[in-house]
Design a protein around this ligand. Sequence first.
Ligand SMILES: CC(C)(COP(=O)(O)OP(=O)(O)OC[C@H]1O[C@@H](n2cnc3c(N)ncnc32)[C@H](O)[C@@H]1OP(=O)(O)O)[C@@H](O)C(=O)NCCC(=O)NCCS
Length: 311
Amino acid sequence: MAPCPRWEARGDGGRRVEPNVTFSLDAFELTLTDIASVDLEALHALSIGVGWPHRASDWQMLRDLGQGLAAVDEIGRVVGSVMWMHYGSDAAMVGMMITSPRLQELGAGRWLMSEAMRRNEGRRLALTATRVARRLYRSLDFIYERPIHQCQGEALAPPDMPMPDGATIRPIGPADHADVLSLDRTATGMDRATMLTRLLAEAEGTLLIRDGRPEAFALCRRFGRGHVIGPVAAATDADAIAVAAPHAAAHVGDFLRCDTPEAEGDFFAFLMRCGLADHDIVTSMGIGREPYLGSRPDGPRRYALASQALG
Ligand SMILES: CC(C)(COP(=O)(O)OP(=O)(O)OC[C@H]1O[C@@H](n2cnc3c(N)ncnc32)[C@H](O)[C@@H]1OP(=O)(O)O)[C@@H](O)C(=O)NCCC(=O)NCCS
C-alpha cells in the first residue's frame, strides 16, 4: 500500500498538497464481455470520453447490426470497446475501437483488436483508422491504406449543376432496394445487404437512372451532431454530385457531414462549396484484400462512407 500524500501548513493557515508527491495505484484487471450485455449509456459515455459525436441511438444501431466486445474493470465500469460487422460470408468491418483515456498506451487497444481479429479469422478485414490508431493497426498487419476525408460543417445551398447526360434523379422507394444493394455490392466488392437494409429503413435516398438502369445512389440519415450523406456509390463525379445534391439542399443551415475517399476532383469541390470543410483525414485499411474496391473498373465506386465504423 502506498503512503497517503502528505499535507503541509501554508502561511495563511490553509493547507495544500506538496508538489511532486506520488501515489501508486494497482493496475487494472479487465474482463472482456459481450458488448450486447453492457449498458448502452456506458458505451455512449465511453465514446463521449474520446470526443466522438455518436448518440446512444447510433450505438444501438451498431449493436443491432454487429457483434463486439466490451472491456470491463473489476467494478463493472466499461473502459474499452471493439465491434465488427460481417459483410457477407468472407469479410468483416471492424470499428468502435475505444479505450478510455486513462487506460491508453498500456496495451489494452492491441488486446481488444487482437481478440476481434481472432474472432474473425478467415475473413478479410476492413476498418477506418483514426490518426492515433494507424500505427497500432499497421503493427497488426493492416495494409492497403487509403485516406478518407471527413468533411463537415453548416451546409450551404449546393451550387447549381447541370444534370449529367441522360440521367434523371428520383427518391429511393421500397421497390428500388434490391438495385441499391446491387450497386453497393459492385461499388465496394462486399455484400453489405444487412447493414444497408437497416439504413434504408431510416434514411432518405436518391437514385440516378440512365437508360432505364439505376447507376448511382446516395443515402442521408441522422447521425452524430446532425445528418450524414453516405453511402454514395457512383461511377463518375457528376453522377455522385447529382445524387448527393438533393440531400445537401435539404439540410441548408444544419450540421452536415460526408466522409469521402475522393480527395480531388469535382465531388470534393462540390462538398467544399456546400460548406463541408475538410475537417480531418482518417485512413481506410484492410487485411487480406484491398477493401472497398469496386468489382468493375468502369462501374460504380465508393464516393462516401456510411460512417467510419460501417465503411
Ligand atoms: C486508438 C486506441 C483505441 C488505442 O488504444 P490503446 O489502449 O492506447 O492501445 P495500446 O496501448 O494497445 O497501443 C497504443 C500505443 O501504445 C503503445 N503501448 C502499448 N503498451 C505500452 C506500454 N506498456 N507502454 C508504452 N506504450 C505502450 C503501443 O505500442 C501503441 O503504440 P503505437 O501506436 O506507436 O504502435 C485509443 O487511443 C483510443 O481509444 N483513441 C480514441 C478513439 C480512437 O481513435 N479509436 C480508434 C478508432 S479506429
